[in-house]
Write a protein of this length. Sequence first.
Length: 475
Amino acid sequence: MALWGGRFTQAPADAVFALSRSVHFDWRLAPYDLRSSLAHLKVLRTSGLLQEDVADQIEKALRELTTEVASGKFSAIDTDEDVHSALERGLTQKVGAIGGSLRAGRSRNDQVATDLKLFAIDHMLEVANSITKLQAALLAKASEYSDAPAPGFTHMQHAQPIVFGHEIAKHVQSFARDLERIQDWLARTNVSPLGSGALSGSGLSLDPAATAQDLGFGSSSANSIDAVSDRDFVAEALFILSLVGVHLSRIGEEWCLWATTEFGWAKIADEYSTGSSIMPQKKNPDMAELARGKAGRLIGNLTAVLAMLKGLPFAYNRDLQEDKEPLFDSIDTVLLVLPAVTGMVETTSFDRAKMLAAAPLGFSLATEIADFLVRAHVPFSEAHEAAGKCVALCEKDGIELDQLSDQQFKSIHSSLTPEVRKVLTVQGAIASRTTVGATGPTAFADQIKSATTNLSRLSKVIADEQKRFSEMMGA
């Protein structure tokens, strides 16, 4: 049923209705619309704008609709314009014309902003919960390989030896920041638009603060025009989801590289791999590739919404109908990718012997020579130059650093005594890294302990918020 039309003498043209119609995608807001309607009904009741018997009938019908929507018994039909008109149709089918009383003091403008906020909060909490599961998998895998030396890379070139667990654990930090961003987003999103009407508030004796409290928001909007036109929470959620996608993509890229024949480090489990329709031998890291590929889609959704928002004047504009599909798609995409990547991480095994053999290659121990000289009070610029000359000599003679003779070391710098050989081992290089966040055994153990404690804390915060939101929705 249409929620407008009194001043019109003609119904919308078919093309207009087809373009305006949004119920085929905004039906997902139905549970949240029904919950915000119950909150609005309570204010209409307590303010005396609805008689008790009318309010009772509407409340009973709304609760029945909530159950029927959840079960699929009630759904949108082709003649419904949007989720709001569909639900009002369902309401009036149950209680008759008095169902239209619920519209008093409320516009689709503040209604949809409220519904979308509730949807976004619910699903961003779900995303956060899925991120914690991936973090747990990464921490477990990092701990498993906490004693496995491997080459570390910069510029895709061998840089310095590390423990492989350190390489994996870096992703835990990225996702920890994503969780913190979600927490910050929740705080900024915790403002109710309901009660703002079309743009100017309401001339009826409503109580937006009470409605906000009923719906679990911390406050009601300070400016009714901003309330109906604000979609910062959508854009910011899309940014967070895009960054989650970027972090997933980086995992995907590394897993693809490690699984190549050239690296030969990673053995991805069969259940997280696919084959080829023509080449029987192929075992492809498709989950990693899809994680990498989906990031572009997430970035595109963010770009689309920012472009839509950038020129909107004044209060509500119909352009804002374009906020939902990108948000829905990004949430669905991230919630699809996260479990697949989590499973891939959990079930991948790595070849310790190959990683160990590769650790000293590419003259990755050259920095140890420079550090050795610094400890002998040689200025680092001079130490760096000497270490570089050692590398150049090795390249010329086709040998490794530890194969230089005592005389060759001495010829390069007088402070390069035979003692330098003690630092030219992978194990020694790793053990020497003792600063906070470093790859050395003690520092790495502290890193894992801290990350595990932080994950436990954030998991509890997220679980508590999900419980609170669930209770609010079921009230």
